[in-house]
Ligand binder design. Structure first.
Ligand SMILES: [Zn+2]
Ligand SMILES: [Zn+2]
Length: 377
């Protein structure tokens, strides 16, 4: 599209249609003229051949809504005098300007691209479709909920998609219609030689659609401040301090842009018996000296009811036993964790007379001391 004709020629005049001609009118006019000046029908007629090519070039631009919008915009700027005789050295990137004539030359189109960049860059900051903001929230889970996963109700107050129009901004029963200027894209692009410049569509402010009947609740904004009730799915085995990102559940985007995300921070209340070590659960179980020395079968609680643990004779204080598969259930790539049972030998704080006598007897029978390795008698 980087030829001077792009801006100099009035393509509407070439096709003999008005500036606001419909696509169908343009097509009709083109067909008629193309037939009329077709080289097959005008053998050797140079003028007709030129005209045929000209009609084709005009149609190539005007039949493409995107190109047509660019062309209209560029022509409008040209007519407004932005490129007038005084040159435009004052515009950044304008360089030496177009000083002198009002002809736009091929080599100047780079500068023209910069000019578009400056003109539309300024507008972009106000009307560009902007993604909605992320919203942060926090939930507190019970220990077992965190281990097993849960669905938690969450109340949020803030901008949300309008409940009347579900965010479309259009009155119920009506629909926004695609913006004809940008063909629903929300941006218009100008190919200027090396530059392909996108800017928000001026007709729809970047929405890509036009609303004829605005929603009475939100006046067409598509969002309203209200309290939303969400149900947040907490995955199995979530850890205290984890964050869960719910895509698109944050504030609605402006001008049809995507909504932000909801970031939920998870707090987990501690359990009176169990601890967590990633996928494993932990528990400390006290045993008597006699149980540890003689061996026993212990009933140990798990989140799914008690299991029996065989404790061999001579088990030392602090030894940890692993009960397979009784930790955090498996989810995704993670397999199920285990329950780690640590034994703690409990020393009686009070003894009956008989117990004391028997223990004394036991002590007198012991031939070894556990402190041999210290080397002090
Ligand atoms: Zn609404
Ligand atoms: Zn538009």
């Amino acid at each position: 599209m980087n030829n001077p004709e792009y801006l100099e020629k009035d393509f509407y005049a070439v096709l003999g249609v008005s500036k606001d001609a419909s696509a169908a009118d343009i097509k009709k006019a083109y067909r008629k003229l193309a037939q009329q000046h077709h080289p097959d029908a005008n053998k050797g007629d140079k003028a007709s051949e030129e005209r045929f090519k000209e009609v084709g070039r005009a149609y190539a631009v005007l039949s493409d809504p995107k190109k047509r919008a660019e062309y209209d915009e560029a022509r409008r700027l040209l007519a407004s005098g932005a490129f007038g005789g005084g040159g435009f050295g004052g515009f950044p990137g304008g360089g030496g300007g177009f000083g002198g004539g009002n002809r736009v030359r091929v080599e100047d189109l780079g500068g023209l691209g910069d000019l578009f960049g400056n003109l539309f860059g300024g507008r972009q900051s106000q009307t560009a479709a902007r993604r909605g903001r992320d919203v942060e929230s926090e939930v507190t889970l019970g220990f077992e909920e965190a281990v097993r996963g849960a669905t938690i109700p969450l109340q949020l107050r803030g901008p949300a998609p309008c409940h009347t129009c579900h965010g479309s901004g259009a009155k119920p029963g009506t629909l926004p219609r695609p913006c004809p200027t940008c063909n629903g894209r929300g941006t218009v692009t100008r190919d200027q030689g090396l530059f392909g410049l996108s800017s928000p569509c001026p007709a729809c402010q970047g929405r890509g659609s036009l609303i004829d009947d605005p929603c009475p609740t939100c006046q067409g904004r598509g969002s309203e401040v209200r309290t939303r009730e969400l149900r947040v799915r907490i995955p199995v085995g979530v850890n205290d301090g984890a964050t869960i990102r719910l895509k698109g559940q944050g504030e609605p985007g402006q001008a049809g842009a995507p909504a932000g995300d909801l970031i939920v921070k998870v707090r987990v209340t501690p359990h009176p018996l169990f601890g967590r070590s990633n996928q494993d659960l932990t528990i400390t179980v006290p045993v008597t000296f006699a149980e540890a020395a003689l061996g026993t079968e212990l009933k140990v609680p798990t989140l799914d009811g008690p299991v029996t643990l065989k404790v061999p004779a001579g088990t030392q204080n602090g030894r940890t036993f692993r009960v397979r598969g009784r930790g955090v259930p498996g989810a995704g790539r993670k397999g199920a964790g285990d329950l780690l049972v640590s034994l703690q030998v409990a020393v009686p704080e009070k003894l009956s007379r008989k117990e004391r006598d028997l223990l004394r007897e036991f002590a007198s029978l012991s031939e070894t001391t556990p402190r041999n390795h210290l080397g002090i008698d």
